[in-house]
Design a binder for this molecule. Structure first.
Ligand SMILES: *[C@@H]1O[C@H](CO)[C@@H](O)[C@H](O)[C@H]1NC(C)=O
Ligand SMILES: *[C@@H]1O[C@H](CO)[C@@H](O)[C@H](O)[C@H]1NC(C)=O
Ligand SMILES: *[C@@H]1O[C@H](CO)[C@@H](O)[C@H](O)[C@H]1NC(C)=O
Length: 444
C-alpha cells in the first residue's frame, strides 16, 4: 500500500527519523489528550480490579512431555469439551531471575529483523535475557519447540496484524529453528510484509500477513491524504481471502489505531481521529479498534467456522503491547532501564489498560457467539501486564548497529515499542504454547 511513515514498518533505511516522528506525535499526544478528556475515574487502577474471569487461564497440569503420536488433531466438530482443569491466571505474577537464558541468539537465528537484533547491534547489558515470567499460581515451562511443531503438524499458523505480530512471529521462528530449519517458501518482496515458512520436519507452515487494522484500510501515503482510511465493517481481504487455509490465526494489532484516520462504516463516515481541516467529528480510537476486532472475529466465525469442513480453527488475540518511552523518543535514555519492574511497581492504567480491556471484552463476546461451533477455539493472549513490567526489553538505541560507536550522542533514535530478540516477547509464545497444550488436553 505504498510507502508510509511509521515505525511499524521496516525501519532499515535512513528515513527512519521521518518514520518514528509521526509515531511519537500520535502516540504520546493522544495519551496525554486522552488522559485529559477520556480518562475517567472509573478506569481500573490496578490489575487486581481487572476482571479475572475474562483472563486466560491455563492448566496447572498441562504437560509438554506428552508423546507426539498421541496428540489429537485440532478440534473437530465431533469433539466434546471436557471439564476445566484447575485454571491458572497467568496474567498475575512476577519476573524472576533465571540463569538458563534464551533458547537462541542472534548468531543461531537467521530470521531476526535487524532493528530487533539488540545483541548483534552492540547492546552492552545482557541481564534482560535472564528473567522468566512466574505466575502466582503456576509454572510456565520453557518453550518446547518439538511440542509446538507436533501440535501444529500438518497445520498452518498465520500471524495477522502489525509489526507486533511480526515481532511475535520472529520470536517463534527463532525458537522453532533450534530444532528444525524453516524454509522461506513465499515472500512478496515488499518490506517483508507477507511471508511464509515451511518446517518440512512436521509439515508446519508459519506465515505473516501485514494488516495493521485487520479491517480494510488504506494507509496514508506521500502522494495521498495524510491520514489512514478505515472501513470498519469490512475485513481486509489481503489476509482474509486465505482464511480457508489457516488452522490457527494469531491476531495482533493496536498501535496503528493511534494514527490520524477517517473511519467509514457502510456508506457513511463515522468520524475521525486527528483530522483537523476535515469536517468530521473526533471519535477517538477505542471504539474503532473495538469495531475492527468485532468485524474480524465475526468474519472468522462466519467464513471459517460456520462453514467448517470438519476441521476447526484456533484463534489467538494477542493483547496490546505497551510502549515504554520516557520523555522524548530521540533523547538518549528514552527507555534505558535494564531490569523489569517488580510486582506493584507499575500499574496497568490509561491507554494500555483500555486497549487491553476492550480486546479481552471483544474476545469474550465472540467466544459466546461462536460457542455453538465445536471447532472454534478463541482465546486472548493477555500479555499486556507482563509486558508492561519489562521496560528493559526494548531495542532503544540498539535498533541501529552500534549507535554510540563514534561518540556519546544527545540525540539518538530509540525504539521503545518493539522487543529485542531474544527477549521478553519469547514469553508470549511460551504462554501461547500453554494455551495450545490446554486445548489439546481438553480434546482428549
Ligand atoms: C549463540 O549460541 C551459540 C549456541 O548456543 C553459542 O555457541 C554462541 O556462543 C552464542 N553466541 C553469542 C553471541 O552469544
Ligand atoms: C501439509 O500441511 C497442509 C496444511 O498446511 C495440508 O494441506 C497437507 O495435506 C499436508 N500434507 C501432508 C502430506 O499431510
Ligand atoms: C460540516 O458538517 C455539518 C454537519 O454534517 C454541516 O451542517 C456543515 O455544513 C458542514 N460544514 C462544511 C464547511 O462542510
Amino acid at each position: 500500500m505504498g510507502t508510509i511513515t511509521s515505525p511499524f514498518k521496516d525501519p532499515s533505511h535512513h528515513s527512519l527519523a521521518r518514520k518514528l516522528l509521526p509515531y511519537t506525535i500520535y502516540v504520546i499526544l493522544p495519551i496525554a489528550v486522552l488522559r485529559l478528556y477520556l480518562y475517567t475515574p472509573s478506569l481500573p487502577q490496578s490489575t487486581d480490579q481487572l476482571p479475572h474471569s475474562t483472563a486466560i487461564t491455563i492448566s496447572t497440569t498441562s504437560s509438554s512431555s506428552s508423546s507426539p503420536s498421541s496428540l489429537p488433531p485440532f478440534p473437530s466438530s465431533q469433539e466434546v469439551e471436557t471439564g476445566e482443569e484447575t485454571p491458572c491466571d497467568y496474567t498475575s505474577g512476577n519476573w524472576v531471575q533465571d540463569k538458563l537464558g534464551p533458547l537462541y541468539n542472534g548468531t543461531t537465528c537467521a530470521t531476526i529483523k535487524k532493528g530487533q537484533n539488540c545483541i548483534t547491534h552492540g547492546r552492552p547489558d545482557l541481564g534482560y535475557l535472564f528473567w522468566r515470567w512466574k505466575p502466582k499460581q503456576c509454572h510456565i515451562p520453557r518453550f518446547e519447540p518439538n511440542t509446538f511443531l507436533q501440535i501444529l503438524r500438518n497445520k498452518h499458523i498465520a500471524f495477522v496484524g502489525d509489526s507486533m505480530a511480526r515481532n511475535q512471529l520472529e520470536s517463534l521462528l527463532c525458537m522453532l529453528a533450534t530444532v528444525s530449519p524453516p524454509n522461506l517458501v513465499y515472500t512478496d518482496g515488499e518490506e517483508n510484509k507477507f511471508r511464509r515458512w515451511h518446517f518440512s520436519s512436521h509439515n508446519v507452515s508459519v506465515s505473516v500477513y501485514w494488516s495493521p487494522f485487520l479491517v480494510k484500510g488504506i494507509e496514508k501515503s506521500q502522494d495521498g491524504p495524510n491520514y489512514n482510511k478505515l472501513y470498519l465493517d469490512q475485513v481486509n481481504e489481503r489476509w482474509a481471502a486465505d482464511m480457508g487455509q489457516m488452522d490457527m490465526i494469531v491476531l495482533s494489532v493496536g498501535h496503528w489505531f493511534l494514527h490520524p484516520a477517517v473511519y467509514f462504516e457502510g456508506d457513511s463516515v463515522l468520524g475521525c481521529h486527528y483530522c483537523p481541516g476535515l469536517n468530521h467529528s473526533e471519535i477517538g480510537f477505542y471504539d474503532v479498534l473495538r469495531k475492527a476486532i468485532k468485524t474480524t472475529l465475526k468474519a472468522i466465525i462466519e467464513r471459517r467456522v460456520a462453514n467448517a469442513n470438519g476441521n476447526g480453527v484456533n484463534v489467538i488475540v494477542t493483547t496490546f503491547s505497551p510502549a515504554h518511552f520516557e520523555g522524548e523518543w530521540d533523547k538518549a535514555g528514552a527507555c534505558a532501564k535494564t531490569k523489569p519492574y517488580m510486582e506493584g511497581e507499575k500499574q496497568l492504567e490509561g491507554m494500555d489498560a483500555e486497549m487491553r480491556q476492550l480486546e479481552v471484552e471483544e474476545v469474550e463476546a465472540a467466544k459466546a457467539n461462536g460457542k455453538k461451533f465445536a471447532g472454534f477455539r478463541l482465546q486472548a493472549l493477555d500479555v499486556t501486564k507482563l509486558s508492561l513490567m519489562r521496560p528493559d526489553g526494548h531495542p532503544g538505541p540498539y535498533m541501529n548497529p552500534f549507535p554510540f560507536a563514534d561518540r556519546v550522542q544527545e540525540r539518538v533514535q530509540n525504539d521503545c515499542v518493539h522487543w529485542c530478540l531474544p527477549g521478553p516477547i519469547d514469553t508470549w509464545n511460551e504462554i501461547m504454547l500453554e494455551v495450545l497444550n490446554k486445548w489439546n488436553n481438553q480434546g482428549r
